[in-house]
Design a protein around this ligand. Structure first.
Ligand code: DOR
Ligand code: ZN
Length: 358
């Protein structure tokens, strides 16, 4: 049976919810889902309720996730519209980076003024990166800031040919830029929307086939650095509402979807593994831990079914898709935390990969 070992899988783009949104998902439920998906660690976004935009809220969130997480983790701090950069010195050593929302999405973190974006770029001088939500023309605006301030910047969930072209050029100019793409943009398009309804609504929205082809091309050319899930659970009721919430879960479906793509010769196996582990470690400057790996059976074929997932929301936009690549074991710091069926680690086992909690 062809089994492979991936060392230190990390998803640097997840929305674990909890706090006032624990009806959607909790640190406990989603870190279990992460382990079942093969991950060692997940980084949580700051658009929670309340948003992670000051020292007190960060400290509270750190304490709560520290008690609950089954896998290792990191937290982002959020750049706010009402300039919270005075907090940066106090919080920088405890977070995986600064998240800046430059287009509107779930939550109330949205910076639409170029002047405010620049204030954050000027103020964030630590060696941790800035991760940006930027769509369309906004990508060009952020590239200008990277050119001026040279702060390492990760462009999250890049989804269109236009954006890929801008970023390819910026990378060729030698700017400290990295790119992440998400499975929903690689495996679904706007043509799936009639069948998916609200379940297919996300930010950035599903795009055209030509955009999807550009993403795959950029993966093959090595322009895309990582695959990130943008795991964003919402309840079924929230997705079936007249104005559906944006986002979809992805922690348990990313690895099998990518392994299926390897099987279909859409990318080489080594590139797939690097985009889920090594490249993430390099970008976030994480030293891989010994005895921390995932064993995958690359031949076992399964069908994605929401009811089999551990994510609290219990549905998937990839429902019914046949994929291959089943997670057989996960080990973290020498402890087996998954046996292919059950999560074996206790809540609170997970550690912050970025400094201490207190
Ligand atoms: O679809 C999305 N959902 N995109 C985002 O940027 C945020 C996320 C969420 O938090 O629901
Ligand atoms: Zn996101």
């Amino acid at each position: 049976m062809p089994r492979i070992k991936i060392h230190g899988m990390i998803d640097p783009h997840t929305h674990l919810r909890d706090l006032d949104w624990s009806h959607k998902a909790t640190f406990e439920s989603e870190t279990k889902a992460a382990i079942a998906g093969g991950y060692w660690a997940v980084f949580d976004m700051p658009n929670t309720a309340p948003s992670t935009i000051d020292d007190a809220r960060l400290t509270d969130k750190l304490a709560r996730i520290n008690m609950s997480a089954h896998c290792d983790w990191g937290l982002y701090f959020g750049a706010s519209q009402t300039d919270n950069s005075a907090e940066y010195e106090r919080i920088a050593a405890r977070v995986c980076g600064l998240k800046m929302y430059n287009n509107s999405t779930t939550g109330d973190l949205f910076i639409d003024s170029s002047a405010m974006r620049e204030r954050h770029y000027r103020a964030w001088t630590t060696n941790r990166l800035i991760a940006v939500h930027a769509e369309g023309e906004t990508v060009a605006n952020i590239i200008d800031l990277v050119r001026k301030y040279r702060q390492p910047t990760h462009f999250l969930h890049i989804s269109s040919e236009f954006e890929i072209n801008l970023l390819t050029e910026a990378k060729q100019d030698g700017l400290p830029i990295t790119i992440g793409v998400c499975p929903h943009h690689l495996f679904l398009t706007e043509e799936d929307l009639p069948a998916l309804g609200g379940y297919g609504r996300m930010k950035p929205e599903l795009k055209r086939k030509t955009d999807q082809r550009a993403l795959w091309r950029a993966i093959r050319q090595g322009v895309v650095d990582i695959i990130e899930s943008d795991h964003a659970p919402h309840t079924r009721a929230e997705k079936e509402a007249e104005a559906p919430a944006f986002g979809a879960p992805g922690l348990e479906t990313t690895l099998p979807l990518i392994m299926q793509a390897v099987k279909d010769s859409r990318l080489p196996l080594q590139r797939a593994c690097d985009m889920l582990s090594l490249n993430v470690q390099r970008i976030w400057r994480i030293t891989p831990l010994p005895k921390t790996y995932t064993v995958v059976d690359t031949d076992l074929s399964t069908i994605i079914e929401g009811r089999n997932l551990l994510t609290k929301c219990g549905w998937s936009p990839f429902e019914g898709m046949r994929v291959c690549g089943k997670v057989i074991e996960v080990w973290i710091r020498g402890h087996q935390v998954y046996d292919g069926e059950n999560v074996l680690s206790a809540p609170g086992f997970g550690r912050n990969l970025f400094g201490f909690v207190a």
